[in-house]
Write a protein that binds this ligand. Structure first.
Ligand code: ZN
Length: 375
């Protein structure tokens, strides 16, 4: 098994702004923890330095007008009708180099895609990717360029059949939208329900349209869903769909904002539930392009993606974080000294309520989607 980790410290040259929740330092912290555990050393692991995507790669999905506005915004100032395209103070700020950063992040995703599609290895991980909310002509939810869509389009152009699994706490709306009428890409999103969380979509009855009917799948979870209910619903839906669809490559968005102590969301997963899902993804994916995503507690981001990378490489990690890492991380407010911490129990009655709701959702998906999905 050969794997690739795509990364560059050049990400740190960019900043969404002092009050924005998406802090670039979380990428560096993750890289540092992965290195401190010695997870880039095995000969089966290839470290790939990120190279910027080309403009034509972005144009494969995004409109020319939108890309022109993004390029103008690269100087860090709003111009033209940028407001109408989702840019401006708030979620999608205009900061110096925002277009350059988008080229880097998308480049890393395409490098991960090519590593896998060229047959150089089975798994590649771009922790900076997974910006799943960006639309064809609009920035949304901290996302300017939709690197998962562009990566999937590259795989399709290379004749690959692609399943996309999104476990970010937020619905993977941009990716779903891009392939909603296609049966060439199966999109599955597990997320907190749109009743309580941005972007307000991703209900179970969104199943695709036309030829794509049945090829969009949504598992909306109620707030405070815990490991047991989450893993149960995943098992009831995802493996059977992947077996029926038979993808060549599985692309995953591994957002880590599903944990009970994430400041922006309301799901109640722990590292244990996350690890169980990651191990199942590894079983299910013949080839695997793994992308990052959300995650607003930087300690969780570093620990969860390190755990993910260890799973991808079949390595068991010791629970105590390496001393060299903890010392540095403490300066950034990371207090945790353990990789997984302790499992968290949700109150029994709430757990039951959530299970009943998810039984209803799972039943709906099995009735409506399962008969439609085929190789
Ligand atoms: Zn998210």
């Amino acid at each position: 098994m050969k794997t690739a980790f795509v990364y560059t410290d050049a990400y740190l040259d960019y900043d969404y702004g002092p009050t924005h929740p998406l802090r670039i330092i979380r990428l560096k912290l993750t890289y540092d923890l992965i290195k401190a555990y010695g997870l880039l050393v095995p000969p089966s692991v290839q470290s790939i330095l990120t190279i910027e995507a080309e403009e034509k790669d972005l144009a494969a999905f995004h409109s020319e007008g939108y890309l022109n506005i993004l390029k103008q915004a690269n100087v860090g100032r709003l111009t033209g009708n940028a407001y109408c395209l989702g840019l401006g103070p708030g979620d999608n700020p205009v900061f110096p180099g925002l277009y350059d950063l988008s080229l880097l992040v998308t480049g890393a995703t395409l490098q991960a895609v090519d590593f896998v599609a060229d047959g150089k290895g089975e798994i590649a991980f771009n922790i900076a990717g997974g910006l799943h909310h960006a639309m064809k002509s609009r920035a949304s939810g901290f996302c300017y360029i939709n690197d998962p869509v562009i990566g999937i389009m590259r795989l399709l152009s290379r004749g690959k059949r692609v399943a996309y699994i999104d476990i970010d706490a937020h619905h993977g709306d941009g990716v779903q939208r891009a392939f909603y009428e296609s049966n060439q890409v199966l999109t599955i999103s597990l997320h907190e329900t749109g009743y309580t969380l941005f972007p307000g979509t991703g209900f179970e009855y969104e199943i695709g349209e036309g030829e794509g009917e049945g090829y969009a799948v949504n598992l909306p979870f109620p707030p405070e869903t815990d490991d047991d209910v989450y893993v149960w619903a995943f098992e009831e839906v995802v493996p059977e769909l992947i077996h029926a669809f038979q993808p060549d490559v599985v692309v995953t968005q591994l957002g880590v904002d599903t944990f009970y102590d994430d400041p922006l969301t309301n799901l109640h997963l722990s590292m244990f539930g996350y690890e169980r899902i990651l191990k199942r993804m590894k079983d299910l994916a013949p080839r695997w392009v793994a992308l990052g995503g959300g995650g607003y507690n930087i300690s969780n981001v570093a620990r969860a993606w390190t755990l993910a990378w260890a799973v991808m490489n079949g390595i068991e990690l010791r629970e105590d974080l390496p001393e060299s890492f903890s010392k540095e991380a403490e300066k950034m407010g990371v207090k945790e000294r353990e990789l997984r911490g302790s499992p968290r129990a949700t109150s029994h009655s709430l757990n039951e309520e959530n299970r009943v709701e998810m039984e209803r959702v799972v039943h709906y998906i099995r009735e409506t989607v399962f008969p439609k999905v085929k190789r």
